[in-house]
Design a protein around this ligand. Structure first.
Ligand code: ADP
Ligand code: MG
Length: 592
C-alpha cells in the first residue's frame, strides 16, 4: 500500500482517541477548562452515562467572540506561548487538544460570553465541522454541551462499559476536582437527578463530608504539611485511620499542584506508610495534595495529562511517606471535620461508586455486630462528661497514644478491663501483646540488638526437601532475626539459638512457624519476607486468648502497651482495644 498522509478528518479522530477515551474524559477536560478560566461554579449535567449528553456550565472568564472558532482547532490554546512556558505549567490545560478532540467525535454546542462582551456567541459543531454560529444573550461564562459522543466512531462506542460504570467514572472525576478545588461550587446531575454537590466554602473538610459522608470524613486525619527541612515539596490532605480500609487502592487520591494524577509509586508511598497498621491486602483512604514548584514536575507525559514525571521523584516519595506516617503516629492534626447532628444522618457516597450496601469495613463496626455495645470512638462533644485532672481528652484514633490506665481485671481469660481518665477500655490481650512484642522487636532490630536465646540442648529438625531448600537460602536472614540454625546432613538442621522472644516455645516449633512463612511465597523481597517473619515471631510469642493472667502480668502488659507508638492496632491492623467513654456510659445508663 502506498504511503499517504491521512485526511485531516481521520487524523483528528485518531488524535481524539488519546484525549477522549470515554465520557468521563470529556467531563474531566471540560471541568479543567472551567477551572483554568477561573470558574467559581461548575455544573455538570450528564445523560445516559455521558453518551447522550455531557454538559458543563461555568461562570469563568468566557471565550471572546473572535476566539471561539479558533478554540476548536487542534493545538489552539491560550495557556502556552513559548517552549519556555512548557517548562513550568501552572494551568490544568496546555496542549490545546481537548476541545478539538471532543468536537471531532460528537455534536458539540458552545455558548460563551467573555468578561465585558455585550453578547454571547453560540457555535454548533458536528464531527468537528462548524454547523452554525450566532449571537445570543448569555450570562458570563461558558456552557459546552457534548451530545452523541462517538456517534461517528462506532469502534469506540462499542468499547464503552455499562452506563453504571461510565457514571461511576464521571462521579470520580467530579468528586476529585471538587476535592482539589474546595473554593469552587460543583454540582453533578445524572439524568436530571443531582447526585453530588459541594458548597464552594473553600474548606476541604466540607467537601470531604460531601464525598465520603460525615461518618468517614469525621475519622480522617489531617496531614501535617511536611514542607521545610530544605524541601520544596509540601504535602497536605487527609488520610484515614488504620481502622478504615478497603480491598483495593481506589480510595487513594493524589493531586500534584491541583491536578489529579495516577502514580503507582506515590500510591505505594502512602500504603507503605501504614506498614503493619493495616491487615494485609487492605488499603487506606487518602486524599493527598502534593505541591512543588512547577518547574520540578513535567506534566506533558501523555495527552490525558494524568501522569507526571518528577525531577526528584525520591524527594516527593519521601515527603509523602513522611507526612502520612507522621500523621498516623500523632493521630493527625487537630481534627478539622466537625460533625453536626444533621450531617451525621447525611447521605453516604464515595468516589468509586460505593453505596450503602458495600460500605467499607470498619474494624469497630465488626465489633458492633458482635456485641451489644454502641461504640463511638469520637471524643464526646464539648462539655461532655469528663473526669480526671487536666489531661487532654483522649480522642482515640489509630496511631494515638494511650492514656495512663488502671487494670480492673480480666474477663474470659482473654480480655483485660482497664479504667482510664475517660471511661473504660476492653483490651484484647493477644492483640495487645502482639503489638507490644512487635514494637520491641522492631526497636531491637533498629538498634541491631535482637536478643537471642542459646539452647542448652540444641534441637535437630528434619524438613521436607522443598522447605529445606527454602530454609537453606534464608539462613542469613534468620540469623539477623535471632535464630542460629546450621545445616546438618540432608534436609536436616540443628537449631542452636532462637529469638529470646520465643524462648518459651519448643525450638522445633519456633523454627517450623517461620519456615511456613518462607514457603508461602516463592521469591518474596527480602524485606517483605523479614517483615512477615517478624510478624510471625511476635504472633507465636504473644500470650494467647484463654490464658489467665495475674494482676501483675496485666499491669506490666498495660504499661508496655501505653508505651507503644501505635497501641490501637495489632501489627496485622486489627484493633487492640475498645473504648467506652464516660459520656457514652452515662448515655447508655440514661444519665446524660
Ligand atoms: P487547553 O485547555 O489545553 O488550552 P482546550 O482545547 O481544552 O485546550 O481549550 C482551548 C482553549 O479554549 C483554551 O486554551 C481556552 O482559551 C479556551 N477555553 C476552553 N474552555 C473554556 C472555558 N470553559 N472558559 C474559557 N475559555 C475556555
Ligand atoms: Mg483544556
Amino acid at each position: 500500500m502506498a504511503i499517504q498522509v491521512l485526511p485531516e478528518q481521520l487524523a483528528s479522530q485518531i488524535a481524539a482517541g488519546e484525549v477522549v477515551e470515554r465520557p468521563a474524559s470529556v467531563v474531566k477536560e471540560l471541568i479543567e477548562n472551567a477551572l483554568d478560566a477561573g470558574a467559581r461554579t461548575v455544573h455538570v449535567e450528564v445523560r445516559g452515562g455521558g453518551s447522550e449528553l455531557v454538559q458543563v456550565a461555568d461562570d469563568g472568564a468566557g471565550i471572546p467572540a473572535e476566539d471561539v472558532s479558533i478554540a476548536f482547532q487542534r493545538h489552539a490554546t491560550s495557556k502556552l506561548h513559548s517552549a519556555e512556558d512548557l517548562e513550568a505549567i501552572s494551568t490544568l490545560g496546555f496542549r490545546g487538544e481537548a476541545l478539538a478532540a471532543i468536537a471531532a467525535v460528537s455534536r458539540l454546542t458552545v455558548v460563551t460570553r467573555a468578561v465585558g462582551a455585550a453578547a454571547g456567541t453560540r457555535l454548533v459543531l458536528e464531527g468537528g465541522r462548524e454547523a452554525s454560529r450566532d449571537l445570543v444573550g448569555a450570562p458570563q461564562g461558558t456552557v459546552i454541551a457534548v451530545e452523541n459522543l462517538f456517534y461517528n466512531v462506532p469502534a469506540r462506542r462499542k468499547f464503552l462499559k455499562s452506563t453504571t460504570t461510565e457514571k461511576r467514572l464521571i462521579d470520580e472525576f467530579v468528586t476529585r476536582y471538587a476535592l482539589a478545588y474546595p473554593g469552587a461550587r460543583f454540582r453533578l446531575s445524572h439524568d436530571g437527578r443531582v447526585t453530588f454537590q459541594s458548597q464552594g466554602s473553600g474548606d476541604l473538610a466540607d467537601v470531604l463530608v460531601g464525598v465520603y459522608g460525615a461518618e468517614i470524613a469525621g475519622e480522617l486525619l489531617a496531614l501535617e504539611s511536611a514542607s521545610g527541612r530544605g524541601s520544596t515539596v509540601s504535602v497536605s490532605g487527609y488520610v484515614g485511620p488504620p481502622g478504615l480500609h478497603w480491598a483495593n487502592r481506589n480510595q487513594i487520591t493524589i493531586f500534584v499542584n491541583g491536578r489529579w494524577i495516577r502514580d503507582n509509586r506515590l500510591t505505594y508511598a502512602i500504603v507503605q506508610a501504614y506498614h503493619t497498621l493495616l491487615p494485609t491486602g487492605r488499603y487506606p483512604v487518602a486524599v493527598v495534595f502534593v505541591r512543588l514548584p512547577y518547574e520540578q514536575v513535567d506534566v506533558n507525559v501523555h495527552p490525558a495529562k494524568t501522569e507526571v514525571r518528577f525531577r526528584d521523584a525520591d524527594a516527593v516519595f519521601g515527603a509523602v511517606q513522611r507526612a502520612v506516617r507522621e500523621s498516623l503516629i500523632s493521630g493527625g492534626a487537630p481534627r478539622p471535620v466537625s460533625l453536626s447532628q444533621s450531617q451525621i444522618g447525611g447521605d453516604w457516597r464515595l468516589p468509586g461508586g460505593w453505596d450503602r450496601n458495600e460500605r467499607p469495613q470498619f474494624s469497630r463496626h465488626e465489633t458492633d455486630a458482635q456485641g451489644s455495645f454502641t461504640l463511638d470512638w469520637r471524643p464526646p462533644p464539648e462539655g461532655g462528661a469528663q473526669y480526671g485532672g487536666d489531661r487532654p481528652e483522649p480522642a482515640l484514633m489509630g496511631g494515638e497514644k494511650l492514656p495512663i490506665m488502671r487494670v480492673v481485671g480480666q474477663v474470659g481469660a482473654s480480655y483485660i478491663i482497664t479504667e482510664g481518665p475517660d471511661g473504660i477500655f476492653l483490651i484484647d490481650q493477644h492483640a495487645a501483646h502482639e503489638r507490644i512484642l512487635y514494637e520491641q522487636f522492631m526497636a531491637a532490630r533498629a538498634a541491631q540488638r535482637i536478643a537471642s536465646q542459646g539452647l542448652v540442648a540444641s534441637a535437630t529438625v528434619q524438613l521436607p526437601p522443598d522447605q529445606a531448600t527454602l530454609l537453606q537460602d534464608r539462613l542469613g536472614l534468620l540469623e539477623e532475626l535471632g535464630f542460629q540454625v546450621e545445616p546438618f546432613g540432608p534436609n536436616t538442621f540443628v537449631v542452636r539459638a532462637i529469638p529470646a522472644l520465643l524462648s518459651r516455645l519448643d525450638p522445633a516449633k519456633a523454627l517450623a512457624a517461620v519456615v511456613e512463612d518462607l514457603e508461602n511465597e516463592k521469591e518474596p523481597l527480602a524485606d517483605k519476607l523479614e517483615a512477615r517473619i517478624i510478624l510471625r515471631v511476635c504472633k507465636s510469642a504473644a500470650v494467647k486468648a484463654g490464658q489467665a493472667l495475674s494482676l501483675a502480668e496485666m499491669e506490666a502488659m498495660i504499661a508496655q502497651l501505653e508505651a507503644c507508638q501505635n497501641p490501637q492496632t495489632c501489627p496485622h491492623g486489627r484493633p487492640t482495644l475498645i473504648h467506652l467513654s464516660a459520656s457514652q456510659l452515662a448515655r447508655q445508663f440514661g444519665r446524660a
